[in-house]
Ligand binder design. Sequence first.
Ligand code: SF4
Length: 388
Amino acid sequence: MFPAADQYDIDISIDEQARQRLLAVRPVDVNPAAELTFSRNVFVPLTTACRYTCSYCTYYDVPGEATLMSPDEIRSILQTGADAGCTEALFTFGDKPDERYTAIHNQLEEWGYDSITEYLYAACEMALEEGLLAHSNPGDLTQAEFRRLREVNCSMGVMLETTADVAAHAGSRRKTPGQRLNTIRAAGREGVAFTTGLLVGIGETWHDRAESLLAIAELHARYDHIQEVIIQNVVPNDRSSFETPPVETMRRIVAMARFALPESVSVQVPPNLSPTRALLECGIDDLGGVSPITDDYINPEYAWPALEELQSIAEDAGVPLFERLPVYGRYLPESLRRERLEAARQPPKAAAGEGWLSKRIRSALFERSAAGQRYRAVATRERPAATQ
Ligand code: SF4
């Protein structure tokens, strides 16, 4: 049973035979992807406050030092992103930051928001106004919060990281696997196309890695909502001495992810943190988001590779590179899904993709504005991957 599973009524059991099968998987057992994808995003670090203190994390700032972007700052960065040709506004921040940070809470109140969730909602509306589709990673959420935020997000995400009880999450406040699984389940119940993933090298065992992948696969089997699984290695930084896992470890875990998940679920590695070229034959088919204008605030010491670098990675793999929207093609309305994608991957169970996107997101996709044209050009693969 996963830590805190009872508290969240997590009803997932791992089949021991399936775990053993998965543990036997090696790169030679999976096929390389026939193409690679990426999304062009603008990274919006709404706040650096977080109620947790994961020992490997350099993102959060302690109370008194944490930043909160003002509405003007948000709009400015969104405008710059839209001008640069991005389609995605990636909102990422720590977990329930207004719970513990009085100054953040007071500032939000002064601006007229009673929670960071409501502030995020307003920021996502701004993104739509400026011609970007929001994809938010706001930590753990309830079903009611997903119901609200899906109105203005095309997709959302949270890293499971691991189902194990690791010391890296220790502290008086700590995120638990039960809580994370509850969030991923809540997203599925609310029909949110969802991104999750594993953080490799934070004290988990191979047994735990297999269990984490099988738990994600089980939730996806129920709700059909997992669009991609990120396999991210930990990197050493100022706050922790975790070592980057060896390349062979990453090759094996990526292959296990490809084996454990249906073909329709993408496996992604972040090229700015991972030995991407060494992982190409292990089944990855997505390179995540690249931003032409903002730093990767989660790992500021590791610069995003340029689009040319992604093109070069795809050339090394001998496969084409395609830009995608933050929400994957199979969750789009049928009229926007390209024929090739439909042939290669099974469409999701929800009828023609209409159930996955809110009315506002669907309207944005079909509007006659420059942004609408940009979305459709990417969705139908009419925009070449290498152009700005
Ligand atoms: S990893 Fe996420 S949850 Fe943990 S401290 Fe950093 S921002 Fe917070």
